[in-house]
Design a protein around this ligand. Structure first.
Ligand code: AMP
Ligand code: ZN
Length: 112
């Protein structure tokens, strides 16, 4: 499958990893929109959060168990934001589900 994030999981495309275990990977966004901008992905290909099912949802809870540890390691004690974009109107550009961790500054509240 021609999926850039599957290629990152496979090691075919380089990334700056901040966390990895058997089922998930976290790496720095190549085009950061905040001082800390990390993407957290399942290693298995799930296209978007709209494709979460009973069969694959355990990786979602695992991602959300790991995010606080990643945030602590990144010094985000003052807070941060988790975003997942879904589909065209949601602004999703990479169709392998990912959660953006954004922080390191006071983030604007309004959508652009
Ligand atoms: P989204 O628009 O929500 O699908 O987010 C995709 C994100 O992936 C964007 O913030 C991109 O900057 C980021 N991105 C695309 N390619 C790479 C890459 N090779 N390494 C790290 N981040 C990437
Ligand atoms: Zn993929």
């Amino acid at each position: 499958m021609d999926c850039i994030f599957c290629k990152i999981v496979a090691g075919d495309i380089p990334s700056t990893k901040v966390y990895e275990d058997e089922s998930i990977l976290a790496f720095r966004d190549i085009n950061p929109e905040a001082p800390v901008h990390i993407l957290v992905i399942p290693k298995c290909h799930i296209s978007s959060a709209n494709e979460i099912t009973e069969e694959n949802s355990s990786v979602i809870s695992h991602i959300f168990e790991c995010i606080p540890k990643i945030a602590t390691a990144e010094g985000l004690e003052k807070g941060y934001r988790i975003i997942t974009n879904i589909g065209e109107d949601g602004g999703q550009s990479v169709h392998h589900m990912h959660f953006h961790i954004l922080g390191g500054k006071k983030l604007p509240l309004k959508l652009a």
